[in-house]
Design a protein around this ligand. Structure first.
Ligand code: IPM
Ligand code: MN
Length: 332
């Protein structure tokens, strides 16, 4: 597997996650990749075609975080995000971004336990659009959202399969009252696929209303399926509601192919190097990677160690990154 520590706290939390995997008794053949802000500053390129070709040959990629410090003028905005993370999601066709949330005791979401499946290869992230007459008073910016029947359908179907596996409901989140074209495609596709899953109770919410329900009764969700941009925003909200973004893990999946696993949080340059970043999102992401690699028992043991630890330590004094890693390893 490939390891991309990346920027800020990325390398710290990734190392702890790998230590935990080792403590779970799984031995991985890892290759580190020096990608992120430093590599860009040094070489002027973010990710080469040969890097992509090599990464494609890995069974899985574990990524810490990418992104320059806020206000860093040496790297144009979006260069690393688009050139590294989004490029990998698109080129590897990682269509399902799976983000599980299990609320920390004492958080406002206490009791909630749900998963967001975010479409990951289309929507507003497709990069459709451009600037015309840039810099003039008559300039025009367009930014389209790409929604294909194939792309929506495979993501929706993934959501139904997950809801069946977890024995929960499936909620579609969109904004079909305003985005009438893409919303129509999503809702019709959802309805068509739902007919194949008569055992799964379904629901639809507009994304603005979902932001209220997410705060007021997050325990009502089972699995949510939504488009790329709504999923990006909703999962930051879900992270905050469920105890903090430091707990939120993700899997960027194309079942059966090279997939990428990463915490939902960013590089957090303000706390990098201080040894205080929460490694639990990276640890849970690594456990999701083990499921993908065919190590479900080790994955389940790590998930259990994390949830037991969280349930017993949420009221205690904050621990360091290394102490949390050690506590999880000891439970294993
Ligand atoms: C995420 C991140 C990324 C996204 C950024 C870093 C491009 O916010 O994984 O949620 O917007 O998808
Ligand atoms: Mn995000």
């Amino acid at each position: 597997m490939a390891v991309i520590g990346g920027d800020g706290i990325g390398p710290e939390v990734t190392q702890i996650a790998l230590d935990v995997v080792a403590a779970a008794g799984v031995s991985l053949d890892t290759t580190p990749y020096d990608l992120g802000a430093d590599r860009y500053r040094r070489t002027g390129d973010v990710l080469s075609d040969s890097d992509v070709a090599e990464l494609r040959r890995a069974d899985a990629i574990l990524l810490g975080a990418v992104g320059p410090p806020v206000g860093d003028a040496s790297i144009p905005i979006g260069t690393l995000e688009r050139g590294l993370l989004l490029r990998l999601r698109f080129e590897l066709d990682l269509f399902a971004n799976v983000r599980p949330f299990r609320a920390v005791p004492g958080s406002i979401g206490e009791g909630a336990d749900f998963v967001v499946v975010r479409e990951n290869t289309e929507g507003a992230y497709a990069g459709e659009g451009g600037l015309l007459r840039k810099g003039t008073r008559h300039e025009i910016a367009t930014q389209g959202s790409v929604n294909t029947r194939m792309g929506v359908e495979r993501c929706v179907r993934f959501g139904f399969d997950l809801a069946r596996q977890r024995g929960t409901t499936l909620t579609l989140v969109h904004k079909s009252n305003v985005l009438t074209y893409s919303g129509d495609l999503w809702r019709r596709t959802f309805g068509d696929v739902a007919a194949e899953y008569p055992d799964i109770p379904t629901d639809y919410q507009h994304v603005d209303a979902a932001c209220i329900y997410m705060v007021e009764r997050p325990g009502g969700y089972g699995v949510i399926v939504t488009d790329n941009l709504f999923g990006d925003i909703l999962t930051d909200l879900a992270g905050a509601v469920c105890g903090g973004i430091g707990f939120a893990a993700s899997a960027n999946l194309h079942p059966g192919q090279t997939s990428l696993f990463e915490p939902v949080h960013g590089a957090a340059h303000d706390i990098a190097g201080k040894g205080i970043a929460n490694p639990l999102a990276a640890i849970t992401s690594a456990a999701m990677m083990l499921e993908h690699l065919g190590e479900p028992d080790a994955a389940a043991r790590i998930h259990k160690a994390v949830s037991d630890f969280v349930d017993h330590n949420s009221q205690s004094a904050p621990l360091s990154t290394a102490e949390v890693g050690k506590a999880i390893a000891e439970r294993l």
